[in-house]
Design a binder for this molecule. Structure first.
Ligand code: SAH
Length: 400
């Protein structure tokens, strides 16, 4: 498309500030005028009230985020060559973090943080899983699939575009093979030399919580000789690492029986001592209370709950949930015990999370140190111009 044919979106006076800082989102309230009738996902030029070019972006007529920037460079066209380069750069940026060759499952493309709003691509061994979340990524989805195979030399892409946020973009869920044939599920991946079954068709997100890879290594390093309680264990990412690190025992808790079954299988897949692992299906909130009433204790507790606050509006309610489980966990820990606690809620920032954990310790009547701050693994980077890309935060606390 030549530049002339591109629809122009003119911003209201003064609303160009965030774009000048290279933030990639434009909200509907910032737009004064749309000259033309762009289709969902089509490229548009964003210009200031004074007519100055600001960025070239994907148009999303249904979303409050009306446009997401592809490029701030006026001479860069949004076409297959553009996406080829972005994909190449994203893949190259992961290489320094994966040089050890003991991991074959990681995030290749992390949406806005890789300059590709709405596009998530995870690699699980020889299978790519693509998640398209916005009108722009949807518009280019087929081109992107072709380019991804070209860049990786792989043949299979499975689509998992079933996240709730698609609704906000006016997009229906879309799940199924995009390219090639999916092998029988679950497939097996290697993460830090440990093997895991991953079901990319039915698993959470694209199948596995790849963002916890580095944090699982921390648990592995801390587990030796300890009795471990892995809350919200899903398919056993932390359980397997704790056992591999020499834990005396691991109790894995989740509300999903299917997840617990896969957790157990993942322990045996790695030839870990099954007599040291036990599973308990139920609600963590209730089970922690029950353990407290039974005066049980543990040396290492992991709390990795699902997202309690997807948006800032729900932060206060979510804070009560986080405080509740952290308070109970502090009570259940032996003196000298370790709490590894996370929040993946975008609506709760690291500072707020730390305050919640501090007030949990206070109300539990315990003293504790923060000994480490944790975050998402480096294949889930945060572009400096897009702080919203930060979502996973964690603390390792030592109970005195
Ligand atoms: N720690 C995991 C990821 C956790 S995802 C890993 O490293 O892979 C969150 C998990 O919490 C899911 O498996 C979900 O089934 C479980 N869950 C959600 N609410 C729960 C509750 N109230 N009690 C117990 N488990 C819950």
């Amino acid at each position: 498309m030549s530049k002339k044919e591109i629809t122009t979106l003119t911003l209201k006076p003064g609303r160009e500030k965030s774009l000048l800082r290279h933030h990639p989102w434009v909200f509907s309230g910032a737009i004064a005028r749309v000259d033309g009738n762009p289709a969902s996902g089509e490229s548009v030029d964003l210009v200031s009230a004074e007519g100055q070019f600001l960025a070239r972006a994907a148009y999303s007529p249904s979303s409050q985020i009306r446009a997401r920037v592809w490029t701030f460079n006026p001479s860069e066209q949004v076409d297959a060559d553009f996406f080829r380069l972005r994909i190449k750069n994203a893949i190259a940026s992961r290489e320094p973090w994966l040089v050890n060759g003991i991991t074959n499952a990681f995030r290749l493309i992390h949406a806005e943080s890789d300059g590709l709003p709405g596009l998530i691509v995870d690699r699980y061994a020889d299978t790519l899983v693509l998640q398209s979340l916005t009108a722009g990524s949807e518009y280019w989805k087929d081109t992107l699939a072709t380019l991804l195979l070209e860049a990786t030399g792989l043949t299979t892409i499975f689509e998992r575009s079933d996240a709730d946020v698609r609704e906000l973009e006016g997009l229906a869920p879309c799940i199924g093979p995009m390219r090639g044939t999916l092998n029988i599920q679950p497939l097996i991946i290697t993460e830090n030399d440990l093997k895991f079954h991953v079901n990319v068709e039915t698993g959470h997100k694209t199948g596995f919580y790849l963002d916890q890879r580095f944090n699982r290594q921390r648990v592995r390093a801390l587990a030796e000789g300890r009795s471990v309680l892995d809350c919200f264990c899903y398919t056993g990412g932390f359980t397997v690492n704790a056992l591999a690190g020499g834990a005396r025992s691991v109790l894995s808790v989740d509300s999903s029986g299917d997840a617990l079954a896969l957790c157990r299988e993942n322990c045996s897949l790695n030839d870990l001592p099954l007599d040291r692992q036990a599973s308990l299906e139920g609600d963590v909130f209730q089970l922690l209370r029950k353990f407290r009433d039974e005066a049980r204790s543990f040396d290492l507790i992991i709390l990795d709950p699902p997202k309690f606050a997807p948006t800032a509006a729900l932060a206060e309610k979510a804070a009560r949930g986080y405080k509740d489980i952290n308070l109970l966990a502090f009570k259940l820990l032996q003196p000298g015990g370790i709490l590894v606690t996370f929040s993946c809620s975008g609506g709760i920032d690291a500072g707020f999370f730390q305050k919640i954990v501090a007030s949990a310790a206070l109300d539990a009547g315990v003293e504790a140190h923060i000994v480490e701050h944790l975050s998402q693994s480096p294949d889930h980077p945060v572009a400096l111009n897009f702080p919203e890309g930060t979502y996973l935060k964690g603390l390792i606390c030592n109970k005195l």
